[in-house]
Design a protein around this ligand. Structure first.
Ligand SMILES: [Zn+2]
Ligand SMILES: [Zn+2]
Length: 355
């Protein structure tokens, strides 16, 4: 069982900062604020200080280590698979073999292990992954890491449904033949094409879930919007219908349009699944400033959607939102600017409204 670390030593500065910035509180207010600050996670407790050279260096290092690790299975095996596996295992002449499917699932699982390790370090308040800055400075969430990770990994509407889709389409030979080929390494242009097309289709389905009808929204996407201040573990927390319409249908269409080999499919799969998790993080990532600059999805961009509902329908990129006029920059969202008061504990909504 993982328990939240003791943040006592990190609380002095923000407590003082809050006390200086806020109007003179009553005894009750002060007691309540003290109680709040006592439970703050490291990201909020550390919010008052400036970014140092150490933070920037560690953030850059974490970025340069994490993303290749997310891609580690296709990167390592694309040139070595002949030495590792018997040729009969990847010979396509007699139909689909399970090796490509198993490696694809392994690629996502290994990427997920590294993402969970990275997020665990941040949850504990580690300085080795860059400075911790909350996406929503006025609210905080405290949770047990092991429980949250266990719930995340066992959600049937998440990895299980997607894994089932991948297994069926692979073994029933529903993928274009190029996907069964082990020839050539990762084709990065095709990986980018898959990510862009998948995000475009997901944008359309996501917007449809919000706008087609209240009944459709409630039956599909509403459970995911219980989280107006999401954590990384809320990425696949929704419903079967939500995962089917927003992930599985776009995946089926994407593979029918972009024909790539097994290594590219693997790279696309692990980037897609793990990036979807990372944009739900409650803290900014060290690479977010760069992603923001080139229109790639960040945690702040996606938190805008969870907070305001009718902006930022895209997940991996903000291009489709910008083209369709639904993009809202996090800097322009009032709730994402500090109100100089002690942050309050986030409360789950009974049910959110359609906007
Ligand atoms: Zn979300
Ligand atoms: Zn939504």
């Amino acid at each position: 069982m993982c328990r939240a670390p003791d943040f006592t030593t990190q609380q002095a500065k923000p407590t003082e900062a809050v006390a200086k910035a806020a109007p003179a509180p009553s005894d009750d207010d002060a007691a309540s604020a003290r109680k709040t600050v006592e439970a703050l996670p490291p990201s909020h407790a550390d919010a008052a200080r400036r970014t140092t050279v150490w933070d920037s260096t560690m953030g850059l290092t974490a970025t340069l280590i994490l993303w290749p690790l997310i891609l580690s299975v296709p990167l390592v095996l694309q040139h070595t698979y002949r030495d590792v596996f018997d040729e009969a295992w990847y010979d396509y002449s007699e139909g689909p073999k399970p090796l490509g499917l198993c490696l694809g699932l392994l690629a996502v699982a290994v990427g997920q292990v590294f993402v969970l390790c990275y997020q665990y370090l941040r949850w504990t308040g580690s300085k080795y992954t860059g400075r911790l800055v909350p996406v929503q400075p006025n609210e905080y969430r405290v949770y047990d890491y092991a429980e949250a990770a266990q719930e995340h990994l066992s959600q049937p509407e998440g990895f299980a449904l997607i894994g089932g889709y991948l297994t069926l389409t692979w073994m029933l030979h529903l993928m274009p033949s190029s996907y069964y080929s082990f020839e050539g390494g990762v084709e990065w242009i095709k990986v980018a094409a898959c990510l862009l097309l998948q995000d475009l289709l997901q944008y359309g389905m996501h917007r449809a879930e919000h706008k087609v009808s209240k009944a459709f929204y409630r039956a599909s996407h509403e459970p995911h919007h219980d989280f107006t201040n999401p954590r990384l573990f809320d990425a696949f927390n929704g419903s079967f219908a939500d995962t089917f319409f927003m992930i599985v249908l776009p995946l089926f269409t994407t593979k029918s349009i972009v024909h790539c080999n097994v290594w590219s499919y693997m790279a696309f799969g692990t980037l897609y699944a793990n990036w979807l998790c990372l944009i739900h993080s409650e803290t900014h990532h060290p690479w977010d400033w760069l992603f923001q600059a080139v229109g790639m999805g960040t945690a702040a961009d996606h938190h805008v959607h969870h907070k305001l509902f009718s902006y930022n329908y895209g997940h991996l990129f903000s291009y489709w939102d910008r083209v369709c006029g639904t993009y809202r920059h996090p800097k322009n969202v009032r709730q994402f600017r500090s109100n100089n008061k002690a942050p309050t504990r986030w409360k789950p909504h009974a049910r959110t409204k359609v906007e």
